[in-house]
Design a protein around this ligand. Structure first.
Ligand code: SAH
Length: 220
């Protein structure tokens, strides 16, 4: 795998992406720094890797997409908005890019994906990049990952129609859930905060987004 080739030559392209994220309102310097140094081209098929530092979602096969860098930055910034996190669950591993960003900002990342071949590719990338604090599984994340709960933060990169109760129940006290909610053409990103150790939650609509739907069950 080309660990730096494209990355080295695209230094200015990467810098342009970071500037764009800043212009669009991303403020967390740690998040910007991690996006700058993370080789997004390694999370794409070679035919698309030349577009890796454009601020756009791109296809990764199986009708799925790697999220737009701005959306990755925004969701990560929101997730970290109450301070540093130890344990985070991601629903929808996809290419593994969002998990790779998180792995450099939190202690432990758990991530689940329902499409087996996508998960296998992502796992290979975690290995090659030596990301040892990422643990992944082939499963339906609509029910979270109860074995490792509670989580200080949960991020879903696929959109259900409504907030799954299981994800709320797997939040630690003061835990945060960042999740797109809605149907195909009408989704909003929500930031949900558990209030202390109660079963009460603060909910905030952040902005309109467009994610693939959260589907139930797994595929081989
Ligand atoms: N975070 C990914 C984004 C991938 S798109 C990245 O950085 O590349 C969202 C992913 O969620 C898809 O791969 C899709 O297969 C997966 N997904 C959808 N419903 C799911 C579910 N119930 N459980 C686990 N993964 C799911």
């Amino acid at each position: 795998m080309d660990l730096d080739g494209v990355g080295m030559t695209s230094r200015r392209t990467r810098e342009r992406l970071i500037q764009r994220l800043k212009d669009n309102g991303i403020k967390d310097q740690k998040v910007l720094d991690i996006i700058r140094v993370t080789p997004r081209h390694l999370f794409l098929d070679e035919a698309l890797s030349h577009r890796a530092y454009e601020d756009t979602a791109l296809p990764i096969g199986f009708a799925q997409t790697i999220s737009q860098p701005y959306v990755v930055a925004l969701m990560t910034e929101l997730l970290l908005s109450r301070g540093p996190l130890k344990k985070v669950l991601e629903v929808g591993t996809g290419s593994g890019y969002q998990a790779a960003i998180l792995s450099q900002l939190v202690e432990q990342v758990y991530t689940v994906e329902r499409i087996k071949p996508l998960l296998n590719k992502a796992k290979e990338r975690f290995r090659q990049l030596d990301m040892r604090n990422v643990t992944s599984a082939h499963s339906d994340g609509g029910v979270g990952w109860p074995e490792h709960a509670p989580y200080d933060g949960i991020i879903s990169t696929a959109a259900p129609e409504g907030v799954p109760d299981e994800l709320l129940y797997q939040l630690a006290p003061d835990g945060l859930l960042v999740i797109p909610i809605g149907s195909d053409n009408d989704q909003e990103l929500r930031l949900i905060k558990r209030i202390g150790d109660s079963q009460n939650y603060d909910e905030e609509v952040v902005e309109k987004v467009r994610f693939v739907p959260l589907l139930s069950g797994v595929t081989r």
